[in-house]
Design a protein around this ligand. Sequence first.
Ligand code: 3PG
Ligand code: MG
Length: 365
Amino acid sequence: MHVPELEDLPDPSGRRVLLRVDFNVPITDGKIDDDLRIRAALPTIQWLLERGAAIDACSHLGRPKGQPDPRYSMEPVRQRLSELAPEVNLLENLRFDPGEEGNDPAFVDKLVEGHDLYVNDAFGASHRAHASVVGPPARLPSAAGRLLAREVEVLGGLLEKPERPFVGILGGAKVSDKLAVIQALLDKVDALIIGGGMAYTFLAAQGQSVGDSLLQRDFVDTCRELLASGKRILLPTDTVAVGPDDQVETVGGDIPDGWKGFDIGPETAKVFAAEVVEAGTVLWNGPMGVFEDDRFAAGTRTLAEAVAEAKGFTVIGGGDSAAAVAKFGLEDGIDHISTGGGASLELIEKGDLPGLEALRKAPNA
Ligand code: 3PG
Ligand code: MG
């Protein structure tokens, strides 16, 4: 998929660039927990600085409701950025203005004012048709930054010509959030592994008892249809569950009433891992269990280790699975860790994003 890249811009020397980044990083008590998204924008920043451009970077942070809110101040990010790239000026949280999410042309005017060029390196926000994402490319010569271009190349390429077997792994709490991507992936993969809370709705569709585990009753029929699609779908065969007296045990097959599953069991983890290690391509989105709690981390850890070990090309689709890989210190074993959770899912599902469409319509595209 073609989007204009940095080389397609007019000479940036002496120009002012509006750079949309996704610096929506996790922050606890004013401290950044993970600065991956800031570091990931550095190649683009360097490229522009080396060519003599001045940079105004802009991002959203959290979900303030269209008005200034000190809890979502960019200050901690500004601090970190000043250590990594002191030349860059960082604007205040875009979502302090209702015009950002409302894609208000007057807010776009305000953003582009005083700027000669626009660069979008905010892959993680490019599924949002917000002012800073879709507005400026209609007005200024524009390009995708290095991070955005790489994400599109990897995630796009994955779907076009994957090395086989192509194994997809989906987890996370709700099957309803992932239905569209399950459908899209079933057309592409050779096997789809399903874990996490969403697996229980599939198990119920298969006629199994899931006890008190998370279950989306309204989606049991849809899961049954997906299971009947003839595609290879792997579901958990054992579960780490909490019982009526708060005891934690591994349960095989049916989960009794009063018991609630929080992780895939060791037998399942072994089967899933074996599938992953042999794959030509692996795409993973969503943890296998509540890995933030050490009692329920083993399934996600075993899968993460298998992905890191896999011979094939391995991609983590952002969000919680990226956090899990970081928690287990396995980042180096992964070929591509996406900076976008929602964005990577939407790109897989629809093959395009509003931010990419906007760039393709830029005057220099
Ligand atoms: C993300 O963290 O997924 C992106 O920064 C997008 O944030 P949003 O879901 O609040 O639009
Ligand atoms: Mg590998």
